[in-house]
Write a protein that binds this ligand. Structure first.
Ligand SMILES: Cc1ncc(COP(=O)(O)O)c(C=O)c1O
Length: 488
């Protein structure tokens, strides 16, 4: 029966306990790690993130306060290029944060979703530091996924229209409600027989400049942006796509739900015309612009928000999470007051939303980001790292493309620069080899051939230099092992 074939083929791509342990031996993980991994594979679902990210994952125990260094249970040191997926922007832990946690904890941690002074203060702060010169309000959640679900509900209830447009390659969560807005092959193929569905999702291309989907012949990112914008404009201005009746201007589209830069896809930046262009279309066609800044926010790209790189772009709604509370789960939606108020009583709530402890830590995190001007720190350190990586390209043909802004950096690996054939197997191997040599990287990309680098802003210059040295060594090894030759 076909169904058995389908299921067997999906199962073939799942990690098994035996394979994980075999890989851990192969890559020489430490004795304590081995012992714990044996326990972990017996107690944890094997589809969980650690087992999909690494052939055999490290087991992290602690981090340095003032650098980008983490240690595993065997005491092995790793350069941290991930910050727990862009969560620990201000560093993994800080004394000031600890003090706030102790202080707030000794008063109260949470009290269902009730108001508190600290929550109100945080709301007042957030509306003052998010883009947009219009009256704004906040709505709290717990995770990034939560924030996106809130934003989707708001856009629909405010406009009375069902359709949300998102970009191919975007990541907005993996709950039943957000899966339809996320383009990730593993999510789609591994949620069966029925995955999260939403009939009112429409996708537009994202100008992935290195492999421009709208115009493979594009000579520049600007040209790629222009082609993609033309296509979106066409979609919205012709009845053929069913999004808008050009004769009356009636539309069923509520909003664009978009990542300014694509994060889970491997830190892919569009050209400079895309975001202003898409925003302009949103104004022309009366469509809300909902910016998912869950990963790009909090100074990661060298400005507090990625959309701030584009002066006149003022999202109607912005979704915030990850590093807002320096490692505590917390999220919030900030938007035009009338849009936020359009969510009716009981339309959304979750027990821990806006809990006091999270609010107190978020306020302190924001204070630190502002006081230490961390946006500029990310910008300066990011420039150095990006330049050093571009220098590595000179003698490493395996690097196809380097792009980034601030400490938000994507590297794309290819087997051959001319054909741009993705070096997927090589990237997987390099991820493990780097781990063995003391560097943790996040492998990403539509094609699994990118590294997404987002170290804590506390990364020291010497650590960045060491990172480049190890990259240099491992890229050379990969080129030898997989016979990657020639530069162009
Ligand atoms: C851009 C973006 N949106 C949404 C999410 C989902 O956030 P969470 O994992 O906290 O639910 C993520 C997580 O990686 C993300 O990067």
């Amino acid at each position: 029966m076909k169904i058995l074939e389908t299921i067997n083929s999906k199962l073939k791509h799942r990690p098994s306990k035996e394979k994980i342990i075999e890989n851990a031996v192969k890559w020489g993980l430490g004795p304590k790690t081995m012992e714990m991994l044996e326990r972990a594979v017996n107690v944890e679902g094997l589809g969980a993130m650690p087992f999909t990210m690494y052939d055999a994952p490290p087991i992290i125990e602690k981090a340095l306060e003032d650098d980008a260094i983490v240690y595993d249970v065997d005491g092995r040191e790793y350069i941290d290029t991930m910050a727990g997926f862009a969560v620990s922007n201000i560093g993994h832990h800080r004394r000031e944060i600890l003090e706030v946690i102790v202080d707030q904890f000794s008063k109260i941690v949470q009290y269902s979703e009730m108001l508190s002074e600290v929550r109100i203060k945080l709301g007042e702060k957030l509306v003052s530091i998010t883009p947009g010169s219009f009256p704004k309000k906040v709505y709290y959640g717990v995770t990034g996924t939560d924030a996106n679900e809130i934003a989707i509900k708001m856009a629909r209830s405010y406009t009375g229209r069902p359709i949300i447009i998102t970009q191919w390659g975007d990541y907005h969560g993996r709950s039943i409600g957000t899966i339809p807005f996320t383009t990730s092959f593993s999510t789609w193929s591994q949620n069966y027989p029925i995955m999260g569905a939403d009939l009112n999702v429409v996708r537009i291309p994202f100008p992935y400049c290195y492999r421009c989907p709208c115009n493979p012949k594009a000579d520049s990112c600007d040209e790629c942006d222009e082609s993609c914008l033309e296509f979106v404009d066409y979609m919205l201005s012709h009845s053929y796509y069913g999004l808008r009746d050009p004769s009356t201007g009636e539309t069923n589209v509520a909003g664009f739900l978009v990542e300014p830069y694509q994060s889970a896809a491997g830190y892919i930046l569009p050209g400079d015309k895309w975001i202003p262009g898409l925003y302009k279309l949103s104004r022309e066609y009366d469509i809300l612009y909902l910016a998912d800044e869950i990963q790009t926010g909090w100074a990661r790209t060298g400005k507090l928000w990625a959309v701030e790189h584009y002066p006149r772009v003022e999202p109607d709604v912005i979704m915030i999470s990850k590093s807002i509370a320096n490692g505590l789960p917390f999220s919030v939606v900030v938007g035009r007051a009338e849009i936020v108020d359009s969510l009716g009583p009981g339309a959304h709530t979750t027990t821990f939303a806006g809990y006091m402890l999270g609010c107190a830590v978020a306020l302190k995190t924001i204070e630190i980001i502002e006081k230490e001007n961390l946006a500029s720190v990310a910008r300066v350190k990011g420039e150095k790292l990006i330049n050093a990586l571009k220098d590595l390209m000179e003698h490493h043909p395996v690097i196809g493309y380097v792009e980034g802004r601030g400490l938000y950096i994507g590297i794309e690996f290819v087997k051959d620069r001319k054909t741009k054939k993705p070096a997927t197997e090589e990237t997987k191997w390099m991820t493990m080899r780097l781990m063995q040599k003391g560097v943790l990287v996040k492998r990403a990309g539509y094609l699994g051939n990118r590294f997404a680098l987002s170290p804590p802003f506390t990364i020291k210059e010497a650590t960045m230099n060491r990172l480049i040295e190890v990259f240099d060594e491992v890229f050379s090894e990969a080129e030898d092992k997989f016979s990657i030759k020639g530069k162009d």
